[in-house]
Ligand binder design. Structure first.
Ligand code: SF4
Length: 105
């Protein structure tokens, strides 16, 4: 069926959706809710540079050598180096306690 009138042409008002630009400074941070941690150590196996198990049998995040255990939880958040982001995401996906939380800022 070809009987429709032609559609008006839009020229200067055409809006092209654009992808939201990724900010160069976007930073991944990670923290663990120790109340839900099972202590199996899977996170430490996947990304030992970011996760560590302490003597209390629970996992904590770390920023280099700085272990975020006082306090832990959301107040003990660590920055994730760019080259470890994939490993941290994998750890969060595999975590049986579902207690690894990733934030982007
Ligand atoms: S993988 Fe999850 S549940 Fe297991 S030790 Fe790490 S934070 Fe705890």
């Amino acid at each position: 069926m070809d009987g429709q009138p032609g559609r008006p042409t839009r020229s200067s008002t055409l809006t092209v959706p654009r992808e939201k630009p990724r900010r160069e400074t976007e930073l991944m941070k990670v923290w663990i809710d120790q109340d839900l941690c099972t202590g199996d150590g899977l996170c430490e196996e996947i990304a030992p540079a970011v996760f560590t198990l302490l003597d209390d049998g629970l996992a904590y995040v770390k920023d280099g050598a700085d272990v975020k255990n006082e306090p832990g939880g959301s107040a003990g958040m660590a920055a994730v180096p760019d080259d470890l982001e994939d490993a941290v995401v994998e750890a969060a996906e595999e975590c049986p306690g579902e207690c690894i939380f990733i934030e982007q800022s």
